[in-house]
Design a protein around this ligand. Structure first.
Ligand code: HEC
Length: 190
């Protein structure tokens, strides 16, 4: 395309120049060849312009230097891959959890089991009332021992089967976090 553009440009700029007999005064004789050359130049220009308009080339590509710009290149595939093993360096976002047992319970369990762990959280209420969810066993946790709660939390597959909404926490919570939650639930009023 670069080649074609420069050819087109040369044609546009230089054709009238080549058509003029350099420096010679325009006499009667030189008029006919000049007109012919001009006509030939126009035909050539039209042909090149038509070629430029066919599919496979850019219809408008005036600022072809753009291709060499780094900012333009960054949009083009394939992009440069990052250096293998590179580590992003920036200040980490501030931690929004204080790691306390009430907070762990709030962000992981409260939406289903309720603030008092009676099984009346807003998400579970919605699942039951709007989506006809039927609980496999009672979601009231206040009657359970911490050992029983931790036993359900440490599994890595859904503890009450694939149709249950109770998620597996074995990979999400550390052992310390599981025990902290279990003991917190045990401390709630029965
Ligand atoms: C998406 C909703 C949801 C979330 C989140 C959830 N649970 Fe459950 N959980 C349930 C439901 C519903 C049941 C009742 C069984 C069933 O239908 O799956 C249940 C059952 C239980 C049981 C067994 C209750 C019994 O009667 O033996 C325990 C223990 C339990 N959940 C603890 C937790 C803890 C602790 C968390 C947070 C770390 C948690 N659950 C998060 C929905 C949830």
């Amino acid at each position: 395309m670069f080649l074609m553009l420069s050819r087109r440009k040369n044609t546009a700029l230089n054709s009238p120049g080549t058509a003029l007999p350099g420096g010679r005064p325009a006499g009667k004789r030189s008029r006919l060849p000049r007109a012919r050359l001009l006509a030939a130049g126009l035909v050539l220009f039209a042909a090149l312009a038509a070629m430029g308009c066919t599919s496979g080339s850019y219809p408008v590509d005036i600022f072809y230097e753009q291709h060499y710009q780094q900012s333009y290149k960054s949009h083009e595939p394939p992009r440069l891959a990052g250096v293998a093993g590179a580590v992003a360096y920036y200040p980490p976002p501030p931690n929004t959890t204080d790691g306390s047992a009430p907070h762990l319970y709030d962000v992981n369990c409260q939406m289903c089991h309720g603030a008092g762990a009676k099984g009346d959280g807003p998400v579970l209420n919605l699942l039951i009332s709007q989506y006809g969810y039927e609980t496999a066993i009672t979601p009231d946790l206040t009657t359970l021992t911490p050992e029983a709660i931790e036993g359900f939390l440490k599994v890595t597959a859904r503890p009450f089967g694939p149709t249950s909404v109770m998620p597996p926490f074995g990979k999400l919570l550390s052992e310390d976090e599981r025990w902290a939650i279990a003991n917190y639930i045990d401390s709630l009023p029965k």
